[in-house]
Design a protein around this ligand. Structure first.
Ligand SMILES: *Cc1c(COP(=O)(O)O)cnc(C)c1O
Length: 364
């Protein structure tokens, strides 16, 4: 049995006629930047998340960069974030000349341990960047309350959690500003690079729109130093087709995640999703005692796996100058040593799910 890690092929086949027509429509229109596809996408992303403003941009990394630029994060500032995430979360902080200040993660959800955040706030702290890891929103109410108390912004890195809910509200629309990614393997993926920024703040939205187009406010009038961070029309067209089935895909992801967890909970550490939120399982990640053995056993059984993430950010050479001490992050250390991700896609058949479950149970 062939079990893809993320089944983009079945997804494309399920919507091929519409997808091909949409992409060819852009080619025939020759409107490759901006235009009706982007406008339609931004309207549907805003309607879906409930955010007043949804702004398409060139990637999840650029969404983070644009959010931080709009908040004027730069040299002299500190930004509190998780060390157990994809590098883009902290890379963008450092790229702008600010200092990422890592706080260890919660052992149950792998998201920022809120109880340790306030102790890291200093007079230089400008923002908190929680990551809604693997598709489950972080403890946003507690973080927003801390931020309000100390006059900070909260930037949700919702690259993995688009479609997830927190107390009935959609991830991306849970704080000052939210950022997501449409990288192909994310829950909502395009056919190249893409991302979006969400906010309810009119001034921040206008600034992000300007920054992603070279700081322009009207043609050839530049108010800010910006970037080229636009989302192109082909990607917007792809996303418009995928948005039609996305809510149903989210339901399937949640159901498959629940089925995995029910079948595996006595054999391995399954993901813990808090009762007031959902996870879209960008990754369905388990913890095992002997990862090398389990990965090898699954590989022999034809089940592909991946590790998100083997090296916490404080151990990356790129962050060596921060001088972090791994012993300050015991939970990240333990989780990085044991975590592994299983195949996940809304197109996984029950037969494929059962094969994954059986292989994990006999190799855990
Ligand atoms: C994927 C990802 C990003 C970056 O998104 P790109 O679209 O690849 O630039 C940022 N943060 C997290 C947590 C991610 O998983």
């Amino acid at each position: 049995m062939n079990i893809p890690f993320i089944d983009l092929k079945s997804q494309y086949e399920s919507m091929k006629a519409q997808m091909d027509a949409a992409v060819i429509g852009v080619l025939e229109s020759t409107q490759f930047i901006g235009g009706p596809q982007l406008n339609k996408l931004e309207e549907s992303l805003a309607a879906y998340t409930g955010a007043k403003h949804a702004i398409g941009c060139s990637s999840g990394t650029d969404a983070l960069l644009l959010a931080m630029m709009a908040l004027e994060i730069g040299p002299g500032d500190e930004v509190i974030t998780s060390p157990f995430t994809f590098i883009a979360t902290a890379e963008t902080i450092a790229f702008l000349g600010a200092v990422p200040v890592f706080v260890d993660i919660d052992e149950a959800t792998y998201n920022l341990d809120v109880s340790q955040v306030e102790g890291k706030i200093t007079s230089k702290t400008k923002a908190i960047v929680p990551v809604s890891l693997y598709g489950q929103p972080a403890d946003m109410d507690e973080l927003n309350a801390l931020a309000a108390k100390h006059g900070l912004a909260v930037i949700e890195d919702a690259a993995q959690s688009f479609g997830a809910e927190y107390k009935g509200k959609k991830s991306g629309n849970l704080s000052t500003i939210g950022c997501t990614s449409f990288f192909p393997s994310k829950p909502l993926g395009c056919y190249g690079d893409g991302g979006a920024v969400f906010t309810n703040d009119d001034a921040l939205a206008a600034k992000v729109r300007s920054l992603l187009n070279h700081g322009q406010t009207e043609r050839y009038v530049h108010k800010y130093i910006g970037i080229n961070g636009r989302l192109d029309a082909v990607q917007a067209a792809v996303l418009n087709v995928k948005m039609e089935t996305f809510p149903a895909e989210v339901e399937k992801r949640i159901a498959i995640g629940a089925r995995y967890s029910e079948a595996l909970k006595d054999a391995v550490t399954v993901p813990e999703v808090k009762s007031d939120r959902t996870s879209v399982y960008a990754q369905y990640s388990i913890r095992v005692k002997d990862r090398e053995k389990t990965v090898a056993g699954l590989q022999a059984a034809g089940v592909p796996t991946a590790v998100h993430y083997p090296i916490p950010l404080y151990k990356q050479e790129a962050f060596a100058s921060l001088g972090c001490d791994a012993s300050d992050f015991p939970v990240s250390e333990a989780v990085a040593a044991q975590i592994m991700s299983l195949p996940m896609s809304p197109f996984l058949t029950e037969e494929q799910q059962d094969a994954v479950i059986a292989a994990v149970r006999s190799n855990a």
